[in-house]
Design a protein around this ligand. Structure first.
Ligand SMILES: Nc1ncnc2c1ncn2[C@@H]1O[C@H](COP(=O)(O)OP(=O)(O)OP(=O)(O)O)[C@@H](O)[C@H]1O
Length: 260
């Protein structure tokens, strides 16, 4: 459903950031370039959930922004159901739903207006919005505040509205960048259940997280990025096998140790 092969991406380093005050230099810094991604590959099939792990600064958000077409890679291939995302970003966008760290919602519009504005940009019909969108709103438990302005909603409420916005055009692939960060237990639970529902409906779901309990609960596959390089991409069962007692935290640490 979605395959990502050998992605690389470098950012120019701003002159004032080059002074590192004696701190050891990140090996990804070369000349005036910071190689945020050097070689990242993973894939996720229809009805599968892929958990993307990696320490802070590993390159997860950069990789996910490339999938969403917000960033262009320097090299690498991404295919979503036989559509080349880099060559055909407009067609690919129709097939991908993306939730980024920043919600990007318009505070002065209501939740419903935000979702419907985005839906219309993606060619979603009025009929769908009238008859079928309620199912999405109910699954995310946002029905009661759909007509409130987004600026008056809590972080968790806004996050769930953003997820509704990301799936309103029925994407084949759903990409969620740390969807539960900063949320309470109930909002987290709703999002976890929603991911399971998407999976049952055949969507390929990729989500980045620092929470290993979410991996245990949801993921079929795990991909680990360390310093811009993929160092693990396999089933959750084989990920667990990286620790003798099958403990996910130890498995993660062992994968990182092997990459150093
Ligand atoms: N636009 C940019 N310009 C320069 N450097 C960038 C830019 N975007 C990201 N980086 C750098 O690339 C590296 C990877 O960042 P990224 O946000 O992808 O990491 P991450 O794995 O999502 O981290 P976290 O878990 O902390 O969210 C970081 O060192 C970051 O500072």
């Amino acid at each position: 459903m979605i395959s990502v092969e050998n992605l690389s991406k470098a950012f120019p380093i701003k002159a004032h950031k080059k002074k590192n005050n004696g701190q050891s230099k990140d090996p990804r810094e070369q000349g005036n370039q910071f190689h945020a991604l050097k070689d990242v590959s993973f894939h996720c099939d229809k009805g599968e959930v892929l958990g993307l792990l990696g320490p802070n600064g590993a390159g997860k958000t950069t990789a996910l922004r490339i999938l969403s077409t917000a960033l262009k890679p320097d090299s690498g291939i991404i295919n979503v159901s036989y559509v080349d995302v880099v060559k055909n970003p407009k067609i690919a966008k129709q097939k991908i739903g993306f939730l980024s760290g920043k919600t990007g919602l318009y505070g002065r519009l209501t939740a419903r207006e935000n979702i419907e504005f985005f839906a219309k940009l993606h060619g979603v019909t009025d009929e769908f919005l009238k008859n079928d969108a309620d199912e999405i709103y109910e699954s995310l438990a946002i029905t009661s505040y759909l007509d409130r302005r987004v600026e008056h909603l809590s972080t968790g409420m806004q996050q769930k509205v953003s997820i509704a916005r990301a799936v309103i055009h029925n994407p084949e692939v759903l990409v969620l960048d740390e969807p539960t960060t900063g949320l309470d237990i109930m909002a987290t639970e709703t999002i976890m259940e929603f991911v399971q529902l998407m999976k049952q409906q055949g969507t390929a779901v990729i989500f980045s997280t620092h929470h290993l309990d979410e991996i245990a609960l949801l993921a079929d596959r795990v991909s680990v990025i360390y310093q811009g390089v993929s160092c693990f991409d396999d089933s959750v069962g084989n990920f667990q096998q990286q620790a003798s007692d099958l403990d996910l935290r130890k498995a993660f640490m062992n994968v990182l140790k092997g990459a150093q």
